[in-house]
Design a protein around this ligand. Structure first.
Ligand SMILES: Nc1ncnc2c1ncn2[C@@H]1O[C@H](COP(=O)(O)OP(=O)(O)OP(=O)(O)O)[C@@H](O)[C@H]1O
Ligand SMILES: [Mg+2]
Length: 410
């Protein structure tokens, strides 16, 4: 944790991207598949209406989401590349994953067999472990927020309501009812075990096809949770699923957080007999072939994503008014973020000396220094434009291209 935000308003804005299609829908706007014009790389871009953020009283959590995403670097957590803003919207540019979210795949596939479920849940456990290691509770673990990459690996996204673990301040009621732990529903202090409950609910859904406690609203679900502790009995285990899986789920969906698997630390979860055949190190290094590979197609509901939300006139008026508030004018000042480490990787790909060497008919490339970083003319007269860079980034690229160990600079 701890990268410094770098001001980049001049360097990255909406016009730096081609908008290809809408691939998701969020609470404050659309998620787009975009192409960065400078190197043609594709990204996911979450667009959020600033006025809606203020109207829904979510300013601090949206700023916190940006903060968290810019600091996590983990194979099973979505990476943020940069964030910027214009008068109306905030933009989060993230790595694009193309396998669809788990909800989409669940609706399409109906159920994942045990080996596929175990693989996905194991990725989820490692992602959650990293989040908790930073003292953060995600609080919105659900199939919609778990996206699959083209190789079938799972990544956690949407830190919209994540929170630093804090014994004083955790009595608020956030999350999605079907996956919300009972202690969260009851406005009690909650901790990492609230995320473990959600893992249990998802795993139950993967096994049984429905959630253990269902209902049309939070109160109905709450009543069902209060009425009885759901347990998968031996005779209810579907064909092809093991009793270890049922035991794993039964221990995670415990209503009492102190009886829940993981209450003594996440190793309790990793060491459960269901995961006996999981090599955690190989999984982290993505050396295991995923048992389910998403099809190479549009893995999202095109009709749903493109449906415009209707805003009635009174709401439109309210949002317009918000635009002159102090919160709107001053609240988003620190949102813009430019990760020069990521940027240097983008540039590296673009001006990779070996690539240029090949492209330019084996011309020997002279060392690139600070003075000619902005414009490089290759032998075939292809002009490569390098974006304006921060001094740190220039330094990094210079050393990088000269083969100096980057870690020395960190
Ligand atoms: N990096 C990504 N690559 C591909 N698809 C993504 C990515 N990030 C999000 N999506 C898709 O967009 C949907 C909405 O994104 P997200 O969950 O971040 O928004 P949200 O639910 O509105 O968040 P918030 O709670 O902050 O409002 C996800 O469910 C997922 O299908
Ligand atoms: Mg979401």
């Amino acid at each position: 944790m701890g990268n410094k935000p770098i001001e980049t308003e001049e360097e990255v804005d909406r016009n730096s991207f081609d908008f290809i299609s809408v691939i998701g829908k969020g609470g404050f706007g659309k998620v787009w598949k975009v192409r960065y014009k400078k190197n043609f790389q594709e990204f996911a871009m979450k667009e959020m209406s600033k006025a809606l953020v203020i109207e829904k009283n979510c300013l601090s959590s949206i700023l916190y989401e940006r903060d968290l995403l810019s600091n996590f670097r983990h194979p099973f957590i979505i990476n943020m590349i940069f964030s910027f803003q214009d008068n109306d919207n905030l933009y989060l540019v993230m790595n694009l994953v193309t396998g669809g979210d788990m909800r989409y795949q669940l609706t399409k596939n109906h159920t994942f067999p045990e080996n596929q479920s175990k693989f996905l849940i194991a990725c989820l456990v490692l992602g959650i472990e990293a989040i908790h290691a930073n003292d953060i509770i995600h609080r919105d673990i659900k199939p919609e927020n778990l996206v699959l990459d083209s190789k079938g690996y799972l990544k956690i996204t949407d830190f919209g309501i994540a929170k630093k673990k804090d014994n004083q301040n955790l009595s608020e009621n956030s999350g999605t009812p079907g996956y919300m732990a009972p202690e969260v529903m009851n406005y009690q202090n909650h901790s990492f075990t609230a995320d473990y409950y959600a893992i249990g609910i998802i795993c139950y859904e993967l096994m049984m096809g429905v959630r253990p406690y269902t209902g049309e609203n939070k109160n109905v679900i709450k009543e069902k949770i209060l009425a009885k502790q759901v347990m998968i009995k031996a005779h209810e285990i579907p064909n092809g699923w093991s009793k270890e899986a049922a035991d794993f789920i039964n221990n995670l969906i415990q209503r009492k957080p102190t009886s829940r698997l993981g209450c003594k630390g996440i190793n309790q979860i990793k060491q459960h007999s269901w995961f006996e055949d999981i090599n955690w190190k190989d999984l982290y290094n993505m050396k295991i072939e995923a048992p389910f590979i998403p099809l190479e197609e549009d893995n999202y509901d095109v009709e749903y994503c493109n449906k415009e939300d209707v805003i009635d006139s009174s709401m439109r008026e309210k949002l317009e008014k918000i635009k002159s508030s102090n919160e709107y004018i001053n609240g988003f000042k620190n949102y813009t973020y430019f990760n020069f480490f990521e940027q240097s990787n983008l540039i590296k790909e673009f001006i990779n000396p070996h690539k240029i060497y090949e492209e330019t008919n084996k011309e020997i490339i002279k060392p690139i220094n600070n003075e000619n970083l902005n414009d490089i003319n290759t032998q075939n007269h292809k002009k490569i434009k390098i974006p304006e860079l921060s001094p740190e980034c220039r330094e990094l690229i210079k050393y990088n291209l000269f083969g100096t160990n980057i870690s020395k600079l960190n």
